[in-house]
Ligand binder design. Structure first.
Ligand code: DLL
Length: 436
């Protein structure tokens, strides 16, 4: 499988780390000179660019948080005049104002480069037809993938999300060989094809899928590969750093290689903020090394993972991040017990006749204990005709398994086909109705 930019993607680690240290010093100097926010933060931490001479000096630098973006909305994180900003993107966020990202011409070029590396890592070339079902618009997914697929010379089909029936038709008619979408939406496409009487694996030429923008388990990967007949690649990114293009799997599927010459990654203890080593689980933190419009230093992503630096058989030397294991802030506390939504997904999908469509609903009825409901669809074949005995058994099984993994009881609602709302983009897995 060709590597798009072997010079950087396979650079010996000692050389790569030297390059990172040099770029880190530069970005700190630039921020100190141009950003009122960082000027103050660096002064408070009593650190200047002169103090940054190796990657070990990273821990002297202050963190950047999501709240900094909120407090400096919309353009306060930019350090170049607006006449140099050629693009704005934003992530929707569940509450309040979106998080804004700005790009100069050089940032757009960098984005295309890291996205070209990304799609190449999944084996996409100029021979491919890329059906891009990530949302186009302020979300970075659609236009980010567009840039990368375009740069490698693939034929790009700028579908965006939605109108799923039409997507299925055009995927077949246009002969798509690659599908890019959120993992949850890929299953919606598969389901629609089945409803149209189309045998997806037989009729479609799609062989590769690049899925990300939301957490998904290994179980979900198996479901997708099974239903769509594709090799599924995980891709990670975020608006605050650049959008998609931060990290992606190679054909070894043993973690996502981070584009470390541009994005410096560390893992910290989410409570103490202390730096942790490779192979240790914690919160992922990024420093952008080359961005112009909106560099960030030690941005706390809240995403939990582990970094590995051992050699990868693909030849890339960059560190790999494991699948995101959840967010430090998505832990739900229900009746005093810590619950991770991904553990619920893993449990559900290990049970036969359970479909990968679910929602977790939490409520706090007046003056009562929290309630935890898990709504999940059962296989359509249990409904045609309705097999109440099997449904009852299944419900007991799901309740028991959830009780065993979570340690508290959940009330399980088995739902009929299509009763859980489908999403064209990121799926909404948790509905927390409590007034916390
Ligand atoms: O989701 C960028 C993106 C677009 C990534 C297309 C991949 C593909 P935001 O909307 O800013 O950006 O959301 C970023 O989504 O902090 C993670 O919590 C989550 N996330 C992104 N990729 C993954 C993934 C885009 N592969 C936030 N696995 C991040 C798990 C992911 N979570």
């Amino acid at each position: 499988m060709p590597i798009w930019n072997p010079e950087y993607e396979t650079m010996p680690r000692d050389q790569l780390e030297k390059l990172q240290a040099k770029r880190l010093k530069e970005v700190v100097a630039r921020l100190a000179a141009t950003s009122p926010l960082y000027k103050k933060r660096f002064a408070d931490a009593k650190v200047t660019a002169d103090d940054i001479n190796s990657l070990d000096d990273l821990s002297r630098l202050p963190f950047t948080e999501k709240s900094d973006f909120r407090d400096h909305y919309p353009y306060g994180m930019f350090i170049v005049p607006m006449d140099q900003v050629v693009r704005i993107h934003a992530s929707s966020g569940t509450t309040g104002k979106p998080t804004v990202g700005g790009y100069t011409r050089a940032d757009m070029d960098l984005w295309a480069e890291v996205m070209a590396r990304t799609v190449s890592s999944a084996g996409v070339t100029n021979q491919d037809i890329v059906h891009n079902a990530y949302g186009y618009g302020l979300f970075t997914g659609g236009l980010g993938f567009h840039l990368g697929a375009d740069r490698v010379g693939a034929t790009v089909i700028p579908m965006s999300g939605g109108l799923t029936r039409r997507q299925v038709m055009l995927m077949e008619d246009f002969g798509a060989t690659v599908l890019t979408s959120t993992p949850s939406y890929s299953l919606v496409i598969a389901e629609e094809a089945a409803d149209m009487g189309i045998d997806f694996k037989k009729r479609m030429k799609v062989r590769v899928g690049i899925f990300g923008a939301e957490p998904w388990t290994e179980k979900m990967r198996h479901e997708i590969q099974e239903k769509l007949g594709v090799e599924a690649f995980d891709i990670y990114g975020l608006t605050e750093i650049i959008g998609p293009g931060v990290a992606v799997e190679c054909p070894q599927h043993n973690g996502m290689h981070i584009n470390e010459d541009h994005f410096l990654a560390e893992i910290i203890d989410p409570i103490t903020g202390e730096r942790l080593g490779y192979d240790q689980e914690g919160e992922l933190v990024f420093t952008t090394l080359t961005k112009e419009a909106m560099p960030v230093v030690r941005y706390r992503t809240r995403d939990r993972t582990i970094l590995h630096a051992d050699k990868c058989a693909c030849g890339r030397t960059t560190v790999r991040m494991e699948k995101i294991m959840g967010r430090t802030d998505d832990m739900l506390i229900v009746r005093g017990v810590n619950i991770f939504p991904q553990l619920i997904e893993k449990t559900l999908l290990s049970i036969e006749d359970i479909e990968p469509h679910y929602q977790i609903v939490i409520d706090r009825p007046k003056d009562q204990l929290d309630t935890l409901e898990v709504w999940v669809e059962a296989s359509p074949r249990l409904f045609q005709p309705i097999d109440t005995r099997r449904l009852d058994e299944l419900q007991t099984r799901v309740s028991t398994e959830l009780m065993q993994t979570l340690g508290i009881s959940a009330s399980v609602k088995l739902m009929g086909p299509k009763s859980i709302a489908r999403s064209e983009g990121k799926a909404r897995r948790v509905v927390d109705k409590r007034d916390l």
